[in-house]
Design a protein around this ligand. Structure first.
Ligand code: F0G
Length: 490
């Protein structure tokens, strides 16, 4: 892959540290087909059928390609109801790489968030964190708490070049503590990397300082470790003093500053399903096991099959390899640099798990009430069959107290890269479609809600375009050649 940051004069490409031994055909569709499909999906890319999608960049969650070694492990699944040997392997692997003593397996990340929230949050508590994540905040609120954003201001500015936009603003953190009092803060919720800010990392210096600040005041720190290995890669490549430390050692140090983590294994751990809550406190872990048996499954499987736990243990081992992370994040950088060269507004610096199109600057003719990011995601799908996801005012949802839309300074479309799934040619097709669309951006219509669910509305909401039936102004579009499609199925 020709990505060298422009640093060396002789261009030396690098390539993925694997080769492909099995393929899954994908369907190519016509623009007409896609127009109908997105209309049937209420202009929400979550409601499209996967069969109607050409390049699926909806999420990097559970969409990873497993290695031959992981698939081999699947055949060694010990499907005993209790005490599966794969659980022991998983727990030992978590202790080895993440350092935590106790593992409570869950069906996925939000299962772990549910258990942690129920055990630690009381009515009226405040939970400071470096930007919200949708399911994490939902569980905090359902447990009676309130999330308070203490991320640095730069995180809310897509143009800021700060290398660690996931950092916690220590003054904001101390102000929250002073304002509500230590007893009303069950823990600091620390994300590594910050998904909603654009996959932006937190620095080791900041992790050390924020954790110390909390621990000095007897406030526990829980990590959302969903993409912590990617964060470790950024620390190695961006933070002074870590050039010669391995990704694995950096990961271990990140975790050592925290009291436990919630984990969606569907990302860094290179599997399709699963998660865990990992803790150091034996008593809290015991209470978590009691919740696990109610909501997830016995405490030695927590909603995962034995084979899933084996695949996850092997995936964790593979995930800490520098070459793996270099190729994974290198692919994201490749796509991002192609877009930047063409002047497309994206969140910078380029983050870990995807490219985030800045819909505010992409579609300046659409006010935020017209849901520009939702509209852009729908338009991109119509143009080329590439599926992205809205991460703006629709995802931010409504304030449960006031019922008003929450303010969202970021209005983004996320193009998320599954790990080890797509090739550089897929990135080229994606970049060309986005660039084409940028040139025709004035012809993208705004959207209005036609159905709005009460919780996590972005998943199942439906929309209608304003001023016409389709998201793209037909008159202009029908005169242009189709990006990818019309070749197959024609
Ligand atoms: N924390 C973070 C930072 C996440 O990105 C996710 C999921 C979760 C927790 C919840 O984990 O899905 O396994 O229950 N993110 C997915 C995404 C949905 O597309 O970003 P889960």
């Amino acid at each position: 892959m020709p990505h060298n940051n422009g640093k060396s004069r002789t261009r030396r490409s690098w390539a993925e540290p694997y080769k492909i031994k099995m393929v899954e055909p994908i369907k190519m569709t016509t623009r007409e087909h896609r127009e109908q499909a997105i209309a049937e999906a209420g202009f929400n890319t979550f409601l499209l059928r996967s069969d109607d999608v050409y390049i699926d960049l909806l999420t990097d969650s559970g969409t990873n390609a497993m290695s031959d070694n992981q698939w081999a492990g699947m055949l060694l699944g010990d499907e005993a109801y209790a005490g599966s040997r794969n659980f022991d392997h998983l727990q030992d692997t978590i202790t080895k790489y993440y350092g935590y003593q106790h593992t409570i397996p869950t069906h996925q990340g939000r299962g772990a968030e549910h258990i942690l929230s129920m055990l630690t949050i009381r009515d009226g508590d405040s939970i400071p964190g470096n930007m919200y994540f949708t399911t994490t905040r939902m569980h905090q609120e359902l447990a009676g708490g309130q999330f308070v954003d203490v991320i640095i201001d730069e995180a809310h500015d897509p143009t800021s070049q700060h290398p660690f936009k996931g950092n916690i603003d220590l003054d904001k953190l101390q102000s929250v503590i002073d304002e509500v009092g230590v007893v009303h803060i069950p823990y600091l919720c620390m994300h590594a990397t910050v998904n909603m800010a654009g996959g932006q990392p937190i620095s080791m210096a900041n992790i050390r300082a924020a954790s110390k600040m909390c621990h000095d005041q007897n406030i526990p720190v829980f990590l959302d470790a969903t993409r912590a290995v990617e964060n470790a890669y950024f620390i190695k490549t961006r933070e002074d003093g870590f050039e010669n430390t391995s990704v694995a050692d950096i990961l271990k140090e990140i975790c050592s500053h925290t009291d436990g983590c919630t984990m969606s294994g569907k990302k860094d751990c290179l599997v399709n399903i699963g998660g865990f809550l990992a803790l150091n406190d034996a008593e809290l872990a015991d209470r978590a096991r009691n919740e696990c048996v109610i909501y997830e499954g016995l405490h030695t499987y927590g909603g995962m099959a034995g084979r899933d736990m084996e695949a996850m243990a092997r995936g964790i081992e593979e995930s800490v390899s520098f070459d793996h992370q270099h190729a994974r994040i290198g692919q994201v950088i490749y796509l991002g640099e192609r877009l930047l060269e063409a002047g497309v507004p994206i969140v910078e610096p380029i983050g870990g798990h995807g490219i985030f199109l800045d819909a505010r600057r992409f579609l300046p003719h659409l006010a935020q009430e017209l849901l520009p990011a939702q509209a852009l995601a729908a338009a991109l799908y119509v143009d080329s069959g590439v599926r992205g996801m809205e991460r703006g005012v629709v995802s931010a949802g409504r304030d449960p107290e006031t019922g008003e839309n929450r303010e969202s300074r970021l209005e983004l479309v996320r193009l998320t890269l599954p790990r080890r799934v797509y090739t550089q040619a897929h990135m080229d097709v994606t970049a060309e479609s986005v660039i084409d669309l940028y040139e025709k951006r004035n012809h993208i219509r705004g959207l209005a809600f036609s159905y709005e669910p009460d919780h996590l509305r972005f998943f199942r909401a439906r929309f209608t375009p304003i001023g016409g039936k389709q998201i793209l102004d037909d008159a202009l579009y029908s005169s242009l050649p189709d990006a990818v499609s019309d070749t197959a199925n024609a």
